[in-house]
Write a protein that binds this ligand. Sequence first.
Ligand SMILES: Nc1ncnc2c1ncn2[C@@H]1O[C@H](COP(=O)(O)OP(=O)(O)O)[C@@H](O)[C@H]1O
Ligand SMILES: [Mg+2]
Length: 276
Amino acid sequence: MANSPQFIIDGLKATVEGKEILKGLSLSIKGGEVHAIMGPNGTGKSTLASTLMGHPKYEVTEGSVSLNGEDVLEMATDERARAGLFLAMQYPSEITGVTNADFLRSAINARRGEGNEISLIKFIRQMESKMKELEMNPEFMHRYLNEGFSGGEKKRNEILQMMNLDPSIVILDEIDSGLDIDALRIVATGVNAMRSEDRGFLIITHYQRLLNYIKPDFVHVMMQGRIVKSGGPELAERLENEGYDWVKEELGIVDETVGKDETEFKVPMNTTAPKY
Ligand SMILES: Nc1ncnc2c1ncn2[C@@H]1O[C@H](COP(=O)(O)OP(=O)(O)O)[C@@H](O)[C@H]1O
Ligand SMILES: [Mg+2]
């Protein structure tokens, strides 16, 4: 498979504001595979996503990340996007003054490279057909990026970007949060339509619900800034039925979160309290 991407995260450690949040995380994703990372809040999932995209707040202190043998950590964020990495953020930013269409066209052209820009006609046709698939109102093309969009509209817009950019590794950070069941189904249909041998997915979620619609090949549990357990889809089902406490008990984890000051927890956390 000439086009099948290989994304390898090895022993990744990262700090934010001097606190170590990622504590040695390893994961390999190949084209055609869908990996889900599940975990309670505060375990470092979004930090992983931001670190992989090169967010300047997150400093890598150890480990490596490569895409098709190339060192991702050496690349600036835009170079990572050009290399084929895509992140749908948990909290997409609003950008006043830049329309959705302007933004997407620039992003597509940046990915395609100089001399290979998409024609206006082709761009509009592509946008219209993808927006129809996502049941988005065409007027969203001309609205400022995410400005005044509802939570669900922002998430659909992230998926619209993904569909237009043709990435080789897709990271979706809690794409299901804030979505009602209809929007969830639409988003999942969009994602499933993009599944192929030349694309790999990393789906971050704390609910199993999304995984009823997007069937993962591998499921990983994240706690304390690392992957503590991996399995197949049956692992997600067990988490749905039994929550995360059995994983913590099995591994002797009292507090699954990461990055909090020790002094905040003079009293042990109540680990049996429902999290959601
Ligand atoms: N931008 C940031 N500034 C300061 N602390 C952060 C930042 N991002 C993450 N953290 C720290 O990392 C911990 C894990 O957060 P996060 O990665 O968002 O977890 P999750 O996505 O699993 O809920 C937080 O509790 C916080 O201490
Ligand atoms: Mg998060």
